[in-house]
Write a protein that binds this ligand. Sequence first.
Ligand SMILES: Cc1cc2nc3c(=O)[nH]c(=O)nc-3n(C[C@H](O)[C@H](O)[C@H](O)COP(=O)(O)OP(=O)(O)OC[C@H]3O[C@@H](n4cnc5c(N)ncnc54)[C@H](O)[C@@H]3O)c2cc1C
Length: 428
Amino acid sequence: MMQPSTFNVVIVGGGIAGLSAAWYLQREAQAAGSGLRYVLLEESNRWGGHILTEQVDTPAGRFIVEGGPDSFITQKPWGVQLARELGLGDRLLGTNDAMRKVFVLNRGKPTAMPDGVLLIVPTRLMPFVLSPLISPLGKLRMGLDLLIPPKRDGGDETLAEFVRRRLGAEALDKIAEPLLSGIYNSEAERQSLLATFPRFRDLEVKYGSLTRGMLASRRKGTKSAPSGNGHKPLSAFMSLRGGTGELVDALLARLTGELRLNTRIERLARGSEGSYTLVTAAGETLRADAVILAVPAFAAQALTRDLAPDVASQLGGIRYVSTGTISLAFRWRVLAWWRRPANAGRSMRLPGARSSSTTVRRRVLHCCVSSSAARAARSRWSWMTTRYWRPCGINFGSLWVSRQHRCSTASTAGSAPTRSTTWGIWSG
Ligand SMILES: Cc1cc2nc3c(=O)[nH]c(=O)nc-3n(C[C@H](O)[C@H](O)[C@H](O)COP(=O)(O)OP(=O)(O)OC[C@H]3O[C@@H](n4cnc5c(N)ncnc54)[C@H](O)[C@@H]3O)c2cc1C
């Protein structure tokens, strides 16, 4: 039990946020030589929260399956920074440039995104002009981006409003929505531009047009994220050789505080002299000088309802949507379409989610990513991670291993997340 003379911190939630909070707290306290103590509490029986990496052993070798996140976007540098601090710098893994093509399902056919499209903006003329993805009128509309005056009032808008305003509706349907909404698992019509892609607004304001801004960035060599500290440039999405779970394992190996699984906090209240009291589901009472809530917003809302009703009400307004992954591993030799050089790509995006929310609900698959194609160094197997809205019985031919992982399902604030894992083995 904690001693009252030290400064006691309780961190609730053992996902990446709680684990990293513990790490930085520990590091700062050690540097300051303070007597801080912390307890990290997790309600489930494993650490990592949504991060779930599994090594699958088969007679033909081992490969990695990511049940949740499979990469960190390097425009936000903290994931890579944390990996390096934990000594995982040489485990960082970029994307495979030989498999850089992205396909969009267009009129029932996989159609390659034209070469030179940076995020949503074409930066090379000929591949864009020759691409069958966008109609001639749609291409002309995208060109108007060079003439349309920038929005300078600093106000937010949705990603959909931004793209429609600058590049037109077709660019939204066929490029922006399939490419960008998947990153945040949201609908472009509801996705805040300033919260998710503030760089687009910066480029618009600075260069007067998104296209000019992207071209200028490319000239400056900023399309790759800055590496910092003399490291070589990073790809836009990085992972670790053994999967994102390596981050969780490395943190756990370094944390020296008290770490407790199977401990759910049910109540948080003010104690005496500015302290806090936390009550676990088992009825144990903990005292803390400070509390860090590293839990989903709906869980934090429940815990702060009595303590800080205003905060709780704002937390309750944060919307959660369902997402999940199915991972399939195929023997490379059965993937005839994928093996053709013209089709060597890493993902297929399914557009149309924007047009109506019922389309989203009816759609089973949102996007499919060939994970081993995206990360060359990982495996001689090819396996696909398919993000989907809800599980259903699909007959996949030549299937070797299938795994369903459903998580983060909190479609309305307040509902509990559900998890399920199913393994099926078929010979291919
Ligand atoms: C399928 C999927 C794919 C994703 N892909 C990516 C990606 O490629 N890149 C990326 O950057 N992000 C991705 N994300 C998002 C990313 O996984 C999350 O943003 C991140 O893992 C959230 O971490 P967290 O620690 O904040 O929360 P969580 O991982 O949700 O952890 C919170 C923890 O708190 C615990 N908890 C809750 N309530 C209590 C309580 N009362 N008492 C004790 N413990 C409690 C929970 O059990 C949980 O373990 C993906 C998410 C999903 C679901």
